[in-house]
Design a protein around this ligand. Structure first.
Ligand code: SF4
Length: 329
């Protein structure tokens, strides 16, 4: 356990957690919505500090990050807990509760594991990483000294102040933008405006940002919503990569997987306004590749998690027409 950084003391040892917009009011002996923060005798603790439930070398494309060291592998870790309630959660075994098997590490040990595996970086992923905020900050400080890059795969549901610290400590983020309809976020126990602010703040801080929208039939698959979503993304930059990914039944959802034709329709809508749109969780198609938005040359070919760089020079320019491509090699 580690004392939490962001909270307020109310009265009679009651605390208010200020890490995420849920702003849980927590009585002594109780935990917040994420289950990962507990009031113990008037002090708020992070229960999942250094508690790892998963550790693996993953292709960076699995995060998904397609414009960040393409073709490399990254040591990826997850803990447990989440501050939203997605009934279609693909990792519900670790997001909804603390699983039985846990490996405990301190930041130095984790950095040593990253080095011993020969990984260029460390990805906090699988469950929602911001709910073990203190562990990420402590690890990131050590990582920076060792030249290790930090990646977050996050729902972006975090308050402004902690986010300000976080974006100073990470190199790349994949942020879930679960859909454009604010009602969807309400259903999940969140508010969309916070996610939009997280995306803006991460970009302002110079973090490499890619976005993911998991398409769930009848929840967020309307063409109108996708048009509005990409209009907003394009207003920030038309170069932000957007991953439109296929849903499969999980946790409490048993609706059939999103139809490939629907995904392609949404991909086409998104491509009208954005330069780099990808389909994910789907068999190999041309919509998984990167093409030069200027001359159309194939730049990066993807087949599953196999990645082949075709027409990019060392500076990240299209070798056919010289256009600068926003990719970190
Ligand atoms: S981080 Fe957890 S305890 Fe804190 S406000 Fe969010 S859900 Fe509540």
């Amino acid at each position: 356990m580690k004392p939490a950084i962001y909270f307020d003391e109310l009265e009679d040892d009651v605390l208010q957690c200020l890490l995420c917009p849920n702003k849980c009011i927590i009585k002594p002996g109780q935990t917040g919505i994420c289950k990962a923060r507990k009031n113990i005798k008037g002090m708020l603790y992070s229960l999942n500090y250094g508690e790892l439930t998963s550790i693996a070398m993953d292709p960076i494309e699995k995060k998904p990050l397609y414009h960040y060291h393409p073709g490399s592998e990254i040591l990826s870790v997850g803990s447990w807990g989440c501050n939203l309630h997605c009934d279609f959660c693909q990792n519900w075994e670790i997001s909804k509760r603390r699983p039985g098997i846990i490996n405990r590490v301190i930041p130095d040990q984790l950095i040593e594991i990253v080095k011993s595996r020969g990984s260029f970086g460390l990805a906090f992923t699988y469950n929602e990483p911001t709910v073990y905020f203190e562990f990420i900050l402590d690890t990131a400080r050590n990582a920076i000294r060792g030249g290790i890059e930090i990646v977050l795969v996050t729902n972006g549901y975090i308050e402004k102040e902690p986010l300000g610290l976080l974006v100073q400590s990470v190199n790349a983020m994949n942020i879930d933008l679960k859909g454009w309809n604010p009602e969807l976020y309400k259903k999940l126990g969140g508010e969309k405006t916070y996610i939009l602010k997280t995306i803006e703040k991460a970009l302002e801080a110079g973090v490499h940002v890619e976005l993911t929208t998991l398409i769930i039939p009848e929840e967020n698959d309307s063409p109108e919503d996708m048009k509005e979503e990409v209009k907003w993304i394009a207003s920030l930059s038309t170069d932000i990569p957007l991953h439109i990914t296929r849903y499969y039944p999980a946790y409490k959802y048993d609706k059939p997987p999103s139809p490939p034709e629907k995904l392609k329709q949404l991909w086409e809508i998104a491509r009208e306004q954005l330069n780099y749109v990808y389909l994910g969780n789907i068999l190999t198609t041309k919509e998984c590749n990167t093409y030069c938005p200027s001359c159309g040359a194939l730049l990066i070919e993807r087949s599953g998690y196999n990645t082949k760089i075709e027409n990019l020079d060392e500076e990240g320019r299209c070798s056919k027409c010289g256009k600068e491509i926003p990719v970190i090699l």
